[in-house]
Design a protein around this ligand. Structure first.
Ligand code: ATP
Ligand code: PRP
Ligand code: MG
Length: 281
C-alpha cells in the first residue's frame, strides 16, 4: 500500500516541509499549483493541503502521515498524534493587548478575544476558569483591536515585529510553544511509515551533527574521548606515526568550534569538520 502523506501547500511551514522531504530523498512538486504528486520510486504519494486541515485528514485516517504545526493540531481537536518534532516553524502562542493595558490572565475576564485559534484559546480559558468571549478571525487579528472588534487577541508570535508594529504587547504566560511536527493517526501505522520516519530522522540528525576527524597521541586519547564521546564511542584507527591514532567521531554542530579549540589544546592535530548529509543511526 502506498504511504499517503499530507504536506503544507502554503504559509510558514510549506517551504521547510518540502525541503526536508527533498533532503530525505523524496520527489517534491516543482510547481506550487500541483495539489498531489506520486513518487513511485519510493511508493509514496504527497498531498499538498492547507496546514490547518492536515490534522483532520490524518485523524480521519484518510491520509497516513502529515506535517503540520503543533498549535494547528491542538486547535483542530483531531484524533491525530505527534510522532516527532521537525525543528522548524517554531512559534509561541500568546495573548496580547495594547501596550501597558493588561498584565495578567485575570484581566481577561469579561473581555472580547479575537483569534484564528478558537480551539486552543477556549480550551485554555476553560482550564483557567476564565469567562471571556472568543471571536474567530481568519488573519490580521492584530488590527481587530484598533477597529474595536476585540479587546485583546491571541495569536502566533514569531519575531514579535507584527505586535510591535500594531502597538501591542504580550501578557500572561506563554499559552503554547509550537513547531512543525510529524503526525499520524496513532495505533497501527503502515509498515512503510518506519522507513519514512527513519529517513526524516536521518536528515534531522544530519542537520544537528557534524563529523569530526583528528589525529592524537594515544596517551591523550582518554581525555579527548571525554571531550567528544560520540554516539557509540569514537572510531579509532592506527596511524603511520608511532604512538599516534586517527579518531572519527560525530559531534553536535552547536559548540563544534569550541570543541576543536579544546581538542587542539590537549594535543589533537589535523582536526577536520565535515557536514553529514543524511544518516541512519
Ligand atoms: N511568523 C509566523 N506566522 C504564522 N505562523 C507561523 C509563523 N512562524 C511559525 N508559524 C507556524 O506556522 C503554522 C501556521 O501556518 P499557516 O500556513 O496556517 O499560517 P501562515 O504561515 O500564517 O500562512 P497564511 O496566513 O499566509 O495562510 C503554525 O503552526 C504556526 O505556529
Ligand atoms: O511575530 P512575527 O514574526 O511578526 O510573526 C507573527 C505574525 O505572523 C503571522 O501573520 P501572517 O503574516 O501569517 O498574516 P495573517 O495574520 O494574515 O495570517 C501571525 O498571525 C502573526 O501576525
Ligand atoms: Mg497567517
Amino acid at each position: 500500500m502506498t504511504l499517503r502523506i499530507a504536506v503544507p501547500n502554503k504559509g510558514s511551514l510549506s517551504q521547510a516541509a518540502t525541503d526536508i522531504l527533498r533532503e530525505s530523498g523524496y520527489r517534491q512538486r516543482s510547481d506550487s499549483k500541483e495539489l498531489a504528486l506520486v513518487d513511485s520510486e519510493n511508493d509514496v504519494e504527497f498531498f499538498y493541503l492547507r496546514p490547518r486541515d492536515i490534522a483532520l485528514y490524518v485523524g480521519e485516517g484518510t491520509l497516513d502521515v502529515g506535517i503540520t504545526g503543533r498549535d494547528l493540531l491542538l486547535d483542530s481537536g483531531a484524533k491525530a498524534e505527534e510522532v516527532m518534532n521537525l525543528g522548524f516553524g517554531r512559534s509561541r502562542f500568546h495573548f496580547a493587548g495594547p501596550v501597558g493595558r493588561y498584565s495578567s490572565l485575570q484581566d481577561l475576564d469579561g473581555l472580547r478575544i479575537a483569534t484564528s485559534y478558537v480551539g486552543v484559546v477556549e480550551d485554555y480559558l476553560f482550564r483557567h476558569g476564565i469567562d471571556a468571549t472568543v471571536t474567530r478571525l481568519d488573519g490580521a487579528v492584530e488590527t481587530s483591536i484598533q477597529l474595536g472588534v476585540a479587546d485583546v487577541i491571541a495569536d502566533v508570535v514569531e519575531t514579535g515585529s507584527t505586535l510591535r508594529a500594531a502597538g501591542l504587547e504580550t501578557f500572561g504566560e506563554v499559552i503554547l510553544d509550537s513547531q512543525a511536527v510529524l503526525i499520524t493517526r496513532g495505533g497501527e501505522v503502515p509498515d512503510d511509515f518506519e522507513i519514512f520516519h527513519r529517513r526524516i530522522e536521518g536528515v534531522l540528525v544530519a542537520r544537528s551533527f557534524v563529523m569530526m576527524d583528528y589525529d592524537i597521541e594515544e596517551r591523550h586519547l582518554e581525555r579527548a574521548s571525554e571531550l567528544a564521546p560520540g554516539r557509540e564511542g569514537p572510531t579509532i584507527s592506527p596511524l603511520g606515526k608511532k604512538g599516534w591514532v586517527a579518531v572519527r567521531v560525530m559531534v553536535p554542530r552547536a559548540g563544534s568550534q569550541r570543541l576543536m579549540d579544546d581538542l587542539y589544546s590537549i594535543g589533537a592535530r589535523a582536526i577536520l569538520l565535515t557536514d553529514i548529509h543524511a544518516c541512519r543511526l
